[in-house]
Design a protein around this ligand. Structure first.
Ligand code: FES
Ligand SMILES: [Fe+2]
Length: 376
């Protein structure tokens, strides 16, 4: 495998990501909008996501009539006859705000009000993109393969969250979604990079007098890269499970990088009366490539302790502190995209092991993208 990618290789990676699932919105966010369509960006494409009945549909945010953004429109339940008395559409449609063309969940125009019941041109349709729901998020696949949007095939499966998502006795809260001006891969690499803790998160997650990275093995099963790491936390009380001021040597935390751009951090915390086997603190981040140089992070925080919702704000505030420290670092990195050419940056064999494995997989993904005929 050639891991020495040049600039066009980096672009092939960007193209290959079109064959992977990416998150575009929280399901709750879509429903909270009162059924209004939501404009989103993915890999430089302007899209619209909308709930149409039981389905969540995604289309290019562009009406085929005059190019108006479909996200300016609204949902019609399809139960009313047209003004000329012609039949009902019979299913929910996305109505364009400019001239009222109605698109069904397949992207087909079912009503053009200005011509009433006359026949609708076959070309009156927009592309329906593949969508899926996982971990409370709407995921979109721009290039679904030969089966089309109804039988999509992605390079990697959707992340497995079955050990915590929807599990009884675990409280899961959303952390506010945020955008960073760096590539999604840089953001993911920052999340699995623990050797920066003493430097960027000194006094919270690390201690500069103890910068040595613990030994660890990196596992790579082809769809995930994972490792276990036991760190000392100088200010563990921010997680709310120990008293303020306590320095805690944690049990191993398992990091699982779900290729290409999601990570689960699953940390084992000490037992409590109701949890003699120990507690868990889980952070799940799914990163969407908005462009080659910007990304959006969707985050869930799950815990088995302090289940009362009154503890939510403190834990969300803790995440905000950490993210504010990481952001200027990640946004300063050049090039903004993560170089998958391993010779482009200097790697240290121990602490950078997961990062090296990750870049190899991204190089492989770019190569697969090139072989499948995806070209610029
Ligand atoms: S531009 Fe959408 S209906 Fe005319
Ligand atoms: Fe960090």
């Amino acid at each position: 495998m050639d891991i020495h990618l040049d600039a066009s290789g980096e672009s092939r990676l960007h193209q290959a990501l079109r064959r992977c699932w990416h998150p575009v919105a929280h399901v709750d966010e879509l429903d909270a909008a009162g059924g209004r369509p939501l404009p989103v960006t993915l890999l430089d494409e302007q899209l619209v996501v909308v709930r149409l009945g039981d389905d969540i549909a995604c289309f290019p945010d562009l009406c085929v009539h005059r190019g108006t953004a479909l996200s300016l429109g609204w949902v019609d339940d399809g139960s009313q006859p047209a003004p000329d008395g012609s039949g009902t559409v019979g299913e929910p449609c996305l109505v364009c705000a400019y001239h009222g063309w109605s698109y069904d969940r397949r992207g087909i125009v079912r009503r053009i009000p200005a011509v009433h019941g006359r026949s609708i041109p076959a070309r009156a349709r927009v592309e329906r993109l593949a969508t899926s729901i996982a971990v409370g998020l709407v995921w979109v696949l721009l290039e679904p393969g030969p089966g089309g949007w109804e039988a999509p095939e992605a390079v990697y499966p959707l992340p497995d969250a079955s050990t915590w998502w929807g599990v009884e006795g675990i409280r899961t809260i959303p952390i506010e979604t945020y955008d960073w001006a760096c590539s999604a891969a840089r953001r993911v690499e920052n999340f699995v990079d623990f050797s920066h803790f003493p430097w960027v998160h000194e006094g919270i997650l690390g201690d500069r007098s103890k910068p040595l990275s613990p030994e660890h093995e990196v596992r790579d099963d082809g769809t995930t890269i994972s490792f276990d790491i036991a760190l000392e936390e100088p200010q563990a009380s921010v997680k709310g499970d120990v008293a303020p001021g306590a320095v805690v040597q944690r049990d191993p935390t398992t990091y699982t990088l779900h290729l290409p751009l999601s990570v689960t951090l699953d940390q084992r915390l000490p037992p409590s009366a109701d949890r003699p086997d120990g507690n868990r603190f889980v952070l799940f981040v799914a990163v969407a490539p908005l462009s080659a140089r910007s990304c959006r992070s969707f985050t869930w925080n799950a815990r088995t302790y302090k289940l009362d919702p009154s503890a939510d704000a403190e834990l969300a505030a803790f995440q905000a502190v950490i993210l504010d420290q990481d952001r200027p670092i990640a946004e300063s990195q050049r090039p903004e995209a993560l170089p998958v050419d391993l010779s482009a940056e200097l790697h240290i064999a121990g602490p950078d092991r997961a990062s090296i494995a990750y870049r190899r997989r991204l190089a492989e993904l770019a190569e697969a993208g090139a072989k499948s005929g995806i070209e610029l």
